[in-house]
Design a protein around this ligand. Structure first.
Ligand SMILES: *Cc1c(COP(=O)(O)O)cnc(C)c1O
Length: 232
């Protein structure tokens, strides 16, 4: 079942690339495995998937320890500063940096592991109150500060678009994030790369790819609905 759904998502990404004249090589699929058991992740691995996204530090660490070391684990959810120490050496990419303090903690923990930690800046493009992330207006200021930290490297931007019935409603959100990344890239700032644009989830990843996403984070579309009543 997972292999089939994974193929379907990959085909949809190919379609979106074709439609928008993009090279499919530019788009990386993150399989969001939060709340899902090891057995399901193993199925996805058998089907060729090696990049997974988790939104909780403890769960990421547990899965990291239980599975082969040739996988990549992305921390996609809100990150508390006191938990950075557990993942500074494990996360291939942290998608959710939204404050200088958090970036400073990542820098300190990265230093302990002699590692430059790759991160994305999370932007709350839609300005939803319930969401983490900096505003579009605050983004460049934050990036200027974070770029000075030697053990952190900014690789791009991430956003979580609103939940909408029709994914077309999020097209302008994705377009805004893309434009912001182009603007920032144009500033040629030291230690700032704008190669990654992490946007699009199960409901809207095709639209996100059409608007320039280089990483899509798909959970439900691969693993099915999540059941939060069960803990792993
Ligand atoms: C859960 C989650 C996803 C995946 O959501 P689906 O709708 O299941 O694809 C993507 N990004 C973040 C930050 C998430 O927390």
């Amino acid at each position: 079942m997972i292999a089939k759904q994974l193929r379907e998502v990959q085909n949809n990404i190919l379609e979106a690339c074709k439609k928008s004249g993009r090279d499919p090589q530019e788009v990386t699929l993150i399989a969001v495995s939060k709340t899902k058991p090891i057995s399901m992740i193993e199925e996805a691995i058998s089907a060729g998937q090696s990049i997974f996204g988790e939104n909780k530090v403890q769960e990421l660490c547990m899965k990291y320890d239980s599975l082969p070391k040739n996988l990549s684990w992305h921390l996609i959810g809100h990150l508390q500063r006191n938990k950075v120490k557990y993942i500074a050496d494990k996360a291939a990419l942290i998608h959710s940096v939204d404050s200088l303090k958090l970036a400073q903690t990542i820098d300190q923990e990265g230093k302990k592991h002699n590692r430059i930690v790759p991160v994305l800046i999370e932007v709350n493009v839609a300005g939803e109150e319930s969401k983490f992330g900096v505003s579009v207006e605050e983004t460049i200021g934050l990036i200027e500060e974070v770029s000075k930290l030697p053990n952190v490297q900014i690789k791009g931007l991430m956003t979580i678009a609103p939940f909408v019935e029709n994914p077309e409603e999020n097209r302008t959100i994705f377009r805004k994030l893309k434009q912001l990344s182009v603007d920032i890239k144009g500033k040629n700032m030291n230690n700032v790369y704008m190669d990654i644009l992490s946007m699009g989830m199960t409901n809207d990843y095709q639209v996100a790819v059409e608007e320039g996403a280089t990483m899509v984070r798909v959970g439900t579309g691969i693993f099915g609905e999540r059941d939060y009543s069960k803990t792993i």
